[in-house]
Design a protein around this ligand. Structure first.
Ligand code: ATP
Ligand code: HMH
Length: 284
């Protein structure tokens, strides 16, 4: 029987005890896209679907050792960053990405959780712009994050395009995708790859269960890049992955619940979907 190659991806991010965002969302996504997932935890959050109840930063040395342990033995085909919390963590990640010449770096510039908790110190914004963006193969801001990074208002498709171009031309990312989840109507994400725009629109599902959508989307892109897919192919697969994950919400928790990380795999294998949406529609 044929045996296929194993591809490896690393996430450097915060832990979400509720399992819907952060490290947990990333590892679930890597697994469902058949990529071997590894993690370096930057902060532990006590979190559920109702909000963030505590944040406990991991000492810098502990973060460095996790990343070095993975890189010096197992190696990575692609990596992503999520919640980096403090400016020193950004400096450390930038140093290690340069030291190990890691090319396939996806930066999800996580700043604020859906419930409003701050996941990136204000003092870290400058380090993010100065140190991390120039190393990014792709940066994946939502609209409020792009507004903070660029100091501009984004209220139209045209300004989303301008924001994506500025991430590349002014801050040195090789590509940028500005996500449209925070606008009304069917969400359009704007990708600028340094040469041209690619617009991706999906149906908007009217659900409150969108906790961790950004993490899941960026993790899916990272997994596909790890397999050697082109940026455009990776983003298209990730868009399908996140759209199905939102469509087939699990209906877990009393607040903003997680997305369904099984949905893409189950659709691909022609299996019926798991979850709360089916229950509400009377199918269970
Ligand atoms: N209700 C929805 N229906 C369909 N697609 C959505 C919906 N909300 C967001 N998306 C899509 O999900 C992806 C993630 O976008 P979003 O803007 O929600 O990220 P985010 O704000 O960084 O997420 P988070 O901070 O919760 O992790 C994008 O492709 C976006 O278009
Ligand atoms: C740990 C963590 N990372 C990222 C987000 C953003 O969704 C979150 N809520 N929690």
């Amino acid at each position: 029987m044929d045996v296929e190659q194993v591809y490896k991806a690393l996430t450097i991010a915060g832990s979400d005890s509720g399992g819907g965002a952060g490290i947990q969302a990333d590892l679930k996504t890597f697994q469902m896209l058949e990529v071997y997932g590894m993690s370096a935890i930057t902060a532990v959050t006590a979190q559920n679907t109702l909000g963030v109840h505590g944040i406990y930063d991991i000492p810098l040395e502990g973060i460095e050792r996790q990343i070095e342990a993975v890189l010096t033995d197992i190696g990575v085909d692609a990596l992503k960053t999520g919640m980096l919390s403090q400016p020193e963590v950004i400096e450390l990640v930038a140093d290690l990405v340069s030291k190990y010449k890691l090319e396939k770096l996806v930066i999800d510039p996580v700043m604020i959780a859906k419930g409003g908790a701050n996941l990136l110190a204000a003092s870290a914004q400058d380090a993010l712009r100065r140190r991390l963006l120039p190393l990014a193969a792709l940066v994946t801001p939502n609209i409020p994050e792009a507004e903070v990074i660029l100091g501009m208002e984004i209220s139209s498709l045209e300004s989303m395009k301008e924001a994506a171009v500025r991430m590349v031309e002014q801050f040195g990312a090789r590509a940028a995708i500005v996500k449209g989840g925070h606008r009304t109507g069917d969400p359009t994400d704007v990708l600028y790859d340094g040469k041209q725009f690619h617009l991706m629109t999906s149906e908007r599902y009217p659900t409150r269960h969108t906790h961790g959508t950004g993490c899941t989307f960026a993790a899916a892109i990272t997994a596909e890049l790890a397999k050697g897919k082109s940026l455009i192919e990776a983003v298209h697969t990730a868009k399908q992955f996140i759209t199905l994950a939102i469509q087939h919400e699990l209906g877990i928790g009393n607040g903003h619940g997680p997305t369904n990380h099984w949905a893409y795999w189950r659709e691909k294998h022609n299996l019926s979907q798991l979850g709360g949406a089916a229950k509400e529609q009377g199918q269970l």
